[in-house]
Write a protein that binds this ligand. Structure first.
Ligand SMILES: *Cc1c(COP(=O)(O)O)cnc(C)c1O
Length: 223
């Protein structure tokens, strides 16, 4: 079955990213679109790959394992991001499957990732998830604990963390959360900011996002 719609939507989202970057006085090439393909199958993802998109996000290890090794055989240059919570006992597989893990959020996981990276000789890029809204049900390091956790990642577990990721509370204006993420990144010398989703990626670009994670605006509603 054909899905011209996702390709049309992809073009609109890319144009909106470029426009938002220019309005913020930034170069469009500074913002990477992570197309969030969770719940969509290979047949629905393939046209988006054919249209040139190469960076994708998935939130489950098991689902990524089912879809992406096959797509990687068909298309060169894919960059796959893990954007969902990672259990420590899946760290081995996550290091095998993903190019970027955006959800490092606790000591036990950081320790396990350090071990697996050394064992496999394969080093995905790593982001630490910050729970900017300090929501009890949400994953992520509390803002007040971020500096200590980032230092421990470096010094205790040998992890080269590249940046930060956040998911603001659904019921609050997102920009203050984006700004908080940026402040934490700046004082820790980190370059990468993964923030902004379908509803608010333009606001995130205004505040300095280097990666926006956009799902439903490209692939449509998730069933
Ligand atoms: C699903 C998801 C997204 C994409 O959300 P949309 O609103 O569909 O763009 C972004 N980030 C994370 C962490 C997600 O789980």
């Amino acid at each position: 079955m054909d899905h011209p719609n996702a390709v049309d939507q992809l073009k609109l989202v890319r144009a909106a990213i470029d426009r938002a970057a220019e309005e913020a006085g930034r170069r469009p090439s500074e913002v990477t679109l992570v197309a969030v393909s969770k719940t969509f199958d290979a047949e629905e993802i393939r046209p988006v790959l054919q249209a040139g998109q190469r960076v994708f996000g998935e939130n489950r290890v098991q689902e990524a394992r089912a879809k992406w090794p096959g797509l990687r055989e068909e298309f060169a240059g894919i960059e796959l991001h893990l954007i969902g919570p990672l259990q420590s006992n899946k760290a081995r597989e996550a290091v095998q499957l993903f190019d970027v893990i955006e959800t490092v959020d606790r000591a036990s996981l950081a320790a396990e990732l350090g071990k697996e990276i050394a064992r496999q000789g394969r080093a995905p890029r790593l982001l630490v998830q910050i729970n900017t809204g300090e929501e009890p049900q949400k994953a992520g390091v509390a803002p007040g604990e971020a500096d200590v956790f980032l230092a421990a990642c470096r010094e205790q577990w040998g992890l080269a963390v590249e940046g930060l990721m956040c998911i603001p509370p659904a019921d609050e204006p997102p920009s203050p959360h984006f700004a908080l993420l940026r402040v934490i990144a700046e004082r820790n010398g980190l370059q990468t900011l993964s923030m902004g989703m379908s509803a608010d990626f333009e606001a995130a670009i205004q505040v300095g996002a280097t990666h926006v994670r956009v799902g439903s605006a490209i692939f449509g509603h998730r069933g």
